[in-house]
Design a protein around this ligand. Sequence first.
Ligand code: ADP
Ligand code: MG
Length: 250
Amino acid sequence: MTGILQLLAVRKAFGGLLAADEVSLSVVAGTIHGLIGPNGAGKTTLFSLITGFYRADSGTVVFDGTNVTPMSTSARARLGLVRTFQSNLLFSEQSAIENVVSGGLGTRSRQAFDWLFERPSQRAAVMERAREILQSCGLGDKAEVPAGSLSHGQQRILGIAVALAAGPRLLLLDEPFTGMTAREKDALVEIVQSIRARGASIVLVEHDMRAVMRLCDRITVLNFGKVLAEGTPDQVRRHPDVMAAYLGTA
Ligand SMILES: Nc1ncnc2c1ncn2[C@@H]1O[C@H](COP(=O)(O)OP(=O)(O)O)[C@@H](O)[C@H]1O
Ligand SMILES: [Mg+2]
């Protein structure tokens, strides 16, 4: 089993609050790894530590054999570490496909976008790839629609399409199912599975337990910044400490 991502005793404090308390975990390449836990457990903080939005106070983040702990967010993204956000950061006035194109540029600047469109040959290739990504996410017919006019669920999926444009080898999804209809959730389950089928590994932070249990190969449970349990969905579901944490009696 090859670990594409390894966290070794990663620690991050905000003042007196330990948001990541010596977290160690390993994500096996080609799997969907769930990261669950009550609100405030430190899940989003861990994503920020993995992608470099935050620097760990101590501990090590290893991605595909490279110690990325000292690296910037953009350097990590170039290696293929890409996240989505709990709240979407789309350009709502721009079309769906323009949003995906800017994801592929690895920048959110309008200037880079204009630069691209001064070069017609590149433009065609980039637009073609963006269109393929939208199609793979079931948004092929929404390419020209302003992002802000899409339904909430479609905007969530567009956020994933934007991340895919950056070419992730490990994609970190932060609560992608939030606020979706049952149909949109079914569609997203298939999209996530297809992302894995095309070779990416995935870490999924999610509260929707049905989606987590359907998708994940392994699950790590966080509580108060610490790893509370780790195992298969079945093992985690039966773990007494996990049930206690979710019932608020831990
Ligand atoms: N930038 C920050 N500054 C101070 N406290 C933070 C910051 N980010 C997160 N926290 C705190 O760290 C803890 C973990 O937060 P978070 O990682 O967002 O949890 P989760 O995603 O599991 O709900 C919470 O108590 C939160 O208030
Ligand atoms: Mg969070």
